[in-house]
Design a protein around this ligand. Structure first.
Ligand code: G6P
Length: 614
């Protein structure tokens, strides 16, 4: 979603701002803009379209300015037009903004009564005009006060009047050489460079320049000048992601690179955590408190959005079977507005790649406020969700740039598998640590099995391309293959924009079978698990109605390959690792189809990587 970059220092600001915006493109956006300040005037450029377009119209500009703010906008209030793009100017100030001002229409009405005129439909312009309104009032009231104190006071008053979560950067003609800002529920990261200070909404825009950063504290107004960052409660930390981790490494897209990274990131997520033998515990960062938490746990809620929600759905099967714990899963945007039962022994786990998803964060805050134990499974170590959760079980997938999540999902599932297995051991279930569903040996060989599947990538990609003219693609599975079917359908719609739906195989007869005729393709997940025979019966029902069946099953399964039109065999695997393996062909089918349709693989239309608004 929206991205922010700001720079003040000895270098010319514009190339640094545009480079930062490019690095934030993966978050999803539809317009971009910047404002430079020369000491007397603002130079503002905005473009309804990509950052390249903005760079083109600014080719001869920005040669001398050392101070600037920039933004990529993902439209919420008002269409993605140039007028609605940030920065927004109001009198003496310019502003960029992430997040949402919920009471913007009331404030707008009030300001209009004072004569304010608005050129855009955005909540951002309302925020800018509100700050300017207070700045002018204060200047008239205390004309001798220094302009910096006036801006700070105007920001403070405006903050007390707006409702919502936001991050802003602001420059004022009355205070040259400085950027003002507030982080109030939308992240901002700052770094002190040799030649100045760089601030952004996301570390991706900063790591190529420096790996020591500070996540600005919530609710504090800060000021940045070329020498320093002035803010209370700052803590700098080193980031272990390096710039080369955000390059494509010769792959056509970040998504394809990330699909192929899965054996490695699954191995990294397990590294140092696997037990030394089948009776020993898994190794977590906070071993003692982990044991206390889970020994006393009575109910588990797993909450997430999008792909992370499918990881939660899959994990429900693990937690119920191995840990014998009541596990409920919910979409964060629903959970946060329900009346969930929080009793002693309730544990709430939130799963999020980015660690910034607004609804997931709200669900976590609800649980924290209720006083129950919380944990997170996040891929971004210093994200808001990581920081606010009681315990962390981090994934180690590295930066995921493709909007359609792949390696974060398999890393989440790997951690959830290990966690459920370990909790079962802790609670005295499956004391031996070995069972037919999954042992730590099966987990340890996961990277190898993933590698084997990826060797067949061309087959999946080519098969995906053959689906490009379908009117609808269906995905079905039973048991743990049901959430994987949902994830397959999600990957397909995200990347190809074709209608696609996922179902529990047992639900076919309750509606979805009405879709089936000879023009419909259906991907059936049919591994040799305990539900195999039932899934095969469903396959027969589809065949009887002429549906085109692509079956993803177990290598050497001649029965399924006879019934299906096309058959993909995956290595035989334990029940617990099966979902992690089975999602790979689905990722590649979607990729192959999207490529054949000429879609933008890394930045599908209308989608955002990090959804920081409700
Ligand atoms: C967006 C992304 C998805 C992601 C979902 C949840 O919709 O496009 O890929 O699964 O948000 O994000 P999170 O960062 O919380 O896992």
């Amino acid at each position: 979603m929206c991205g922010i970059v700001g720079y003040v220092g000895q270098k010319t600001a514009l190339p640094i701002l545009l480079d930062g915006l490019k690095r934030l493109e993966y978050r999803g956006y539809d317009s971009a803009g910047f404002a430079l300040f020369s000491g007397s005037n603002f130079l503002i450029k905005r473009n309804a379209g990509p950052v390249e377009g903005l760079a083109d119209i600014s080719e001869d500009l920005g040669k001398t300015e050392h101070l600037g703010i920039a933004h990529t906008r993902w439209a919420t209030h008002g269409a993605p037009t140039e007028i609605n793009a940030h920065p927004h100017r109001a009198g003496e100030i310019v502003l960029v903004h992430n997040g949402i001002i919920e009471n913007y229409s009331q404030i707008k009405e009030r300001l209009m009564k004072h004569g304010a005129q608005f050129s855009s439909q955005t909540d951002t312009e309302v925020f800018a005009q509100l700050i300017e309104h207070h700045r002018k009032l204060l200047t008239n009231k205390t004309p001798k006060e220094n302009p910096e104190s006036i801006i700070l006071a105007a920001l403070k008053t405006s903050m007390s009047e707006v409702e919502g979560h936001y991050a802003i950067l602001l420059m004022s003609q009355t205070v040259p050489g400085k950027i003002f800002g507030i982080q109030n529920g939308a992240p901002l990261v700052v770094s002190k460079l040799k030649d100045g200070c760089l601030i952004a909404s996301d570390i991706q825009a900063i790591i190529p320049y420096h790996n020591e950063v500070c996540f600005l504290p919530q609710g504090e107004i800060f000021i940045i000048d070329s020498g320093d960052i002035h803010c209370k409660n700052m803590h700098f930390e080193k980031i272990d992601w390096s710039a080369d981790k955000v390059e494509k490494d010769g792959f056509e897209s970040f998504m394809l690179k990330e699909v192929f990274q899965q054996p490695l990131v699954v191995a990294d997520s397990l590294s140092g955590r696997l037990p030394i033998d089948s009776k020993a515990p898994f190794i977590w960062d906070h071993q003692k408190s982990h044991e206390v938490l889970w020994k006393n746990a009575k109910r588990l809620y797993l909450i997430a959005c999008g792909t992370s929600f499918h990881a939660a759905m899959t994990a429900k099967y693990f937690f119920e079977r191995w840990a014998k714990i009541d596990c409920q899963v919910d979409i964060a945007s629903e959970f946060r507005y329900r009346d969930p039962i929080f009793e002693p022994g309730t544990v709430v786990g939130v799963i999020s790649q980015s660690g910034e998803t607004a609804d997931t964060l709200a669900a976590l805050r609800l649980a924290n406020a209720a006083g129950v134990s919380t944990f997170s499974i996040c891929n971004v170590k210093n994200s808001t969700i990581s920081r606010e959760s009681g315990f962390q079980y981090p994934t180690k997938a590295g930066p995921e740039i493709g909007v359609a999540s792949t390696k974060a999902f398999t890393s989440q599932l790997t951690i959830l598998c290990a966690l459920a297995l370990d909790i079962g051991r802790l609670r005295g279930i499956n004391q031996s640590g070995e069972n037919s569903d999954l042992s730590f040996h099966a987990l340890a060989r996961l990277p190898h099995d993933l590698d084997r599947i990826l060797k067949q990538s061309e087959i999946f990609i080519n098969m995906g391309a053959t689906l490009k003219d379908q009117r609808i693609i269906l995905f079905v599975g039973r048991g743990t293959m049901y959430p994987i079917a949902l994830e397959g359908a999600l990957k397909f719609k995200e990347l190809t924009y074709l209608p696609s739906e996922g179902f529990a195989a047992g639900e076919l007869k309750h509606g979805p079978i009405a879709y089936i005729d000879k023009d419909v393709s259906i991907v059936v997940l049919a591994p040799k698990d305990e539900w195999y025979a039932k899934t095969i019966s469903n396959l027969e029902e589809i065949r009887a109605r002429g549906g085109h069946i692509i079956a993803i099953g177990t290598e050497g399964d001649t029965e399924t390959s006879k019934v299906a039109n096309e058959f993909i065999g995956l290595p035989e695997a334990a029940w617990g690792t099966q979902p992690i393996l089975s999602v790979i062909p689905l990722q590649l089918l979607a990729y192959g189809c999207a490529k054949a349709l000429g879609r933008n693989i890394d930045k599908p239309r209308n989608l955002a990587k990090s959804v920081t608004v409700e």
